[in-house]
Ligand binder design. Structure first.
Ligand code: GDP
Length: 478
């Protein structure tokens, strides 16, 4: 893009006066702070025998964090980002609270700790970031929006209750996202605690403890009494080390929105997690489909800060509009560009909403198989009884149509819930309901998210339908 004469001279490693002279010889009168256009830049560069690389027209409205490539030499270790998941009442909130409070230093204790949706602790000279919304709903909602922020999942299982439906669900969600799991066996202080039973039940879900020859880390804890938390933090850091989590702090920041809202006084406020680069006050930023300039940054201790490096959660103000959880953000060099890209993204979103692109849909499956787009059909299976779940799973996993197979990413007993639909949307899966129906909110969400829900009462019909779709022989629906 255009730059000032001063910037141009700097990038050419020449004295500004020399560049001004050259410009004059080309008939361009410019002072050091004046902007020159691409044509002039190219001409001057040619004078010095330097070829100007004309940037390929990339669609800059599409920024995906995954595309970022950093020189490995510039990468530095970054703190892990941890999500706590598990069944209701197993102690997720208690665990998050205890970890946070154990870590508050005396000096901070007097202050007001802010709930901003995430917090960071120091443990033995290392930092760990926790997402403060327990449960897998937030996790999967973010993933459905294309964001992956979690590095490690702590699955909390109460030792007096064992593996429950949401435990299974949480494990499936973490595994679908390929996030390493640490199991925290909680409520060990209770007399009826039975950790061996928990381990046995989890073994059936392929989470095998190390002492039994597996590679899953189990840590017995009492979130209420704060016992075992040191070991849990050590295990988090151990897994983080094995994952070699890195980022480049010396670049413009990118990351994801954790939560956002409209504040009466401050306007739109968003808690963002910096995933790469360093975010600074004053940065021009595009967040989802809105944009702005970072006006103020507040950390999880309620303190104003000027910059935030990788894995740091911060609350920012200065956006035009309220973004959504899971939206990605990116900092740009100048505000004009941020604005142009923000507006282009908003426009694009409107168009996409109009076009309402569909996800995996049985009717279109054959075409996608033919085009080689898919080799696996992700399925979420819900049935009325466990026996049906097992029978259907076995039948579906046997299907093999010219190398294309069915992959069951989640199966459980019960009605089709919103959480199932969100997982389907995040994983491009279809949902099969056997003798069960979707809950009303789930049905509505499926329509919005274009998730295909198939309801059946006979096992043979389920497999036949899938096989026919794979062979392109699906009966037209009337
Ligand atoms: P969540 O629904 O998973 O977030 O569970 P909560 O953190 O709200 O905990 C549910 C209940 O279990 C609360 O009454 C907690 O006080 C209790 N609880 C949580 N952790 C422990 C623990 O380690 N020991 C005991 N005895 N109770 C616990």
């Amino acid at each position: 893009g255009p730059m000032t004469v001063g910037e141009l001279a700097k990038s050419l490693k020449k004295e500004p006066s020399e560049v001004i002279k050259k410009l004059m010889m080309l008939g361009i009168m410019a002072t050091i702070n004046q902007e020159v256009d691409m044509d002039a830049i190219t001409l001057i560069a040619e004078e010095y025998g330097i070829e100007v690389e004309h940037k390929v027209e990339v669609d800059e409205t599409q920024f995906e964090l995954i595309e970022e490539q950093d020189d490995p030499a510039l990468l530095k270790e970054r703190p892990p980002v941890v999500t706590v998941m598990g069944h209701v009442d197993h102690g997720k909130t208690t665990l998050l609270d205890t970890i946070r409070h154990t870590n508050v230093t005396a000096q901070e204790a007097g202050g007001i700790t802010q709930h901003i949706g995430a917090y960071q602790i120091d443990y033995e000279q290392k930092k760990i970031t926790f997402l403060d919304t327990p449960g897998h709903e937030a996790f999967t909602t973010m993933r459905a929006r294309g964001a992956q922020v979690t590095d490690i999942a702590i699955i909390v299982v109460a030792a007096d209750d064992g593996v429950m439906p949401q435990t299974r669900e949480a494990i499936n969600h973490a595994q679908a996202a390929k996030v390493p799991i640490i199991v925290a066996i909680n409520k060990m202080d209770k007399p009826e605690a039975n950790p061996e039973k928990v381990k046995q039940e989890l073994m059936e879900l392929n989470l095998v403890p190390e002492e039994w020859g597996g590679d899953t880390i189990f840590v017995p804890i009492s979130a209420l009494k704060g016992e075992g938390l040191d070991e849990l933090m050590e295990m988090v850091l151990l897994v983080a080390e094995m994952e070699e989590l890195k980022a480049n702090p010396d670049r413009l920041a990118t990351g994801t929105v954790i939560e956002a809202e409209l504040d009466r006084g401050k306007g739109p406020v968003a808690t963002v997690l910096v995933q790469n680069g360093t975010l600074r006050v004053g940065d021009p930023i595009v967040v989802g489909n809105t944009y702005g300039r970072v006006r103020a940054m507040t950390n999880d201790k309620g303190r104003r800060i000027k910059e935030a490096g990788p894995s740091t959660p911060v609350e920012i103000t200065g956006l035009q509009d309220v973004p959504q959880a899971g939206d990605q953000f990116k900092v740009f060099e100048d505000e004009k560009k941020a604005r142009a890209i923000g507006e282009a993204r908003a426009e694009k979103q409107k168009q996409e909403e109009r076009a309402a692109t569909s996800r995996v849909n049985l009717d279109e499956l054959f075409q996608q198989i033919q085009e080689g787009d898919i080799k696996e059909i992700n399925v979420i299976l819900k049935a009325d009884v466990q026996g049906s779940v097992e029978a259907l799973k076995a039948a579906l996993e046997k299907i093999d149509v010219e190398g294309v197979r069915v992959k069951i990413i989640h199966s459980a007993v019960g009605a089709i819930t919103e959480s199932d639909v969100t997982l389907a949307a995040a994983s491009n899966a279809i949902v099969i309901g056997f003798n069960v129906r979707p809950q009303p909110q789930a049905k509505q969400l499926a329509e919005e998210e274009k998730v295909d829900i198939r309801l059946h009462r006979i096992i043979y019909n389920v497999t036949e339908e899938i096989e026919n779709a794979m062979k392109g022989m699906l009966d037209p629906e009337y």
